[in-house]
Ligand binder design. Sequence first.
Ligand SMILES: C[S@@+](CC[C@H](N)C(=O)[O-])C[C@H]1O[C@@H](n2cnc3c(N)ncnc32)[C@H](O)[C@@H]1O
Length: 526
Amino acid sequence: MPPPGTRITTTTPKGRALLATRHFSPGDLIATFTSPILALPDGPSMRTTCNYCLRTQSSSPRPLRACTACKAAVYCDATCQRLHWKAVHKAECGMFKRVRANVGKDWLPTPTRAGGTLEGNVESFRREEGVWADFELQAMAAVVYGGLLESDEMLARAKEILCKIQTNAFNRLDADTGMAGIFLDAELSMINHSCVPNAFIGFDKRVAMLRAERDIAVGDEIEISYVDHTLPKSARQEGLRLYHFQCACPRCVEDLDVYQVASRSPVIPLNKFSLQPNIDRLRNPPVHAANASSAVVETTYKAWRTEAASGGSEDMVTRRQWRLCKALVQAKMWAIEPVPSTILQAVNLCQADPRTWAYALPLSCFLATECEPVKYVAPFTPWRVKGVMVLAKLLAETARLAAAGVLSEDCPDKALIAILEKSDQVTMCEGMLRLVVHWARVGASEDWEILKEAEDLLEQVESLEGRREKEARLLRKWAMNPEDPEAKAFFEYAVLSPVNELAALAIGIMDDKLWSPNSSAVVKSQ
Ligand SMILES: C[S@@+](CC[C@H](N)C(=O)[O-])C[C@H]1O[C@@H](n2cnc3c(N)ncnc32)[C@H](O)[C@@H]1O
């Protein structure tokens, strides 16, 4: 049964499709999917992820405990273990024991349940030689270790199931919230792909939530993106290869870049309550597009990926990758991949070294103002909210160092210190947290880890001694009504202005500060 407010229809060439039978506004929850056919950790995460709720070891309050019988499946507590036993583990525990006895290791169960009506693209997979050979091996293993009768029919059935899983299951890897695994639901699998999606899926443990990303009118097809739709065309096509169709969305057909797609987005005005409230700038981005054709984008991205696979030290690879981005950086097309990914890598490198730690802040300001709002125009998308939360946490840390009078000891960059010293970092942090709390409630569930983290931090900031009440009152007023003239002017002065000043340092930091052998702030292996 399709969820209320939707119906399933059949179209050419997509097959079945989910249509809206009522209007959905941006952020509306279209449906929740609570009874997946499969919700399993993926292979590499099996021993480090609760096999029931899919929480990873790093986000679990307790060490994960293994099932005492098979020693393969792990759980965060007895409740998860009991529920998983009832849902699937009683059928697979014996299989794991056999695998352990025969090959001496834990092994990802090839799932043996998949709805009979799912699209499998079996004939197309059969033509993909490497993939098909892999499926044959996996099917054989599933039959042998599942203790099933080893017949041609059984092997064919196992391969068909693998095709269905590949075509329909969602990879729910989420490093930020510590969730990993695959999720397969028969109704969710009716949703087709577009690189300009009007909806997106969020996960909370074993529940998937389908939300509108923009207005969806009665009769519109509901479409999500199966891949990172902000990547260049060739990378998107590579990601879609195993789904066996040619994407005919406007991004693919007209070969639009992220700026062109963003400038047409109907949800641009929502950014009035964001770190990029300059709506005109999103509609008419100040980029030099003529200097960065799609051929330049593709060549840059391919060279960047080759460099990523080169196996050098992370900082040297990132340095070389940054050089490869030169044409895009000069064209001010900073939201086009691989520029944002390279800056994000640099943020991670900075955070790992006390000498460069403070540089993470301007780089993250740059990502949150120049890159993310173009890649993901709706400010409630989890990717946007997470970026603002990273900034809030960095500011909480620099504010603590500043209060202890040790900020300049840790950071030798005078321009950066000057901006931080004249800014009220606590107010900046509080402004970010109000954005996170507001948008996380629109785009995610109340149980989202990031929302809880933001609420906790906001409570701590609100109870800080010496916090100025007038500033706090204006931020509260701004969160209630971002158009209120007094509150808006205050937010621009106290939050946006220092954020933009910090962001303006980012390109210089990427060019010189992180890798120059003469710099006093260098990343590790220089
Ligand atoms: C998860 S299923 C979606 C539901 C599917 N249409 C069905 O009838 O079961 C994925 C498959 O749907 C088809 N599909 C999804 N998006 C498409 C698109 N934009 N254009 C053409 N086919 C698409 C492809 O066959 C793909 O492998």
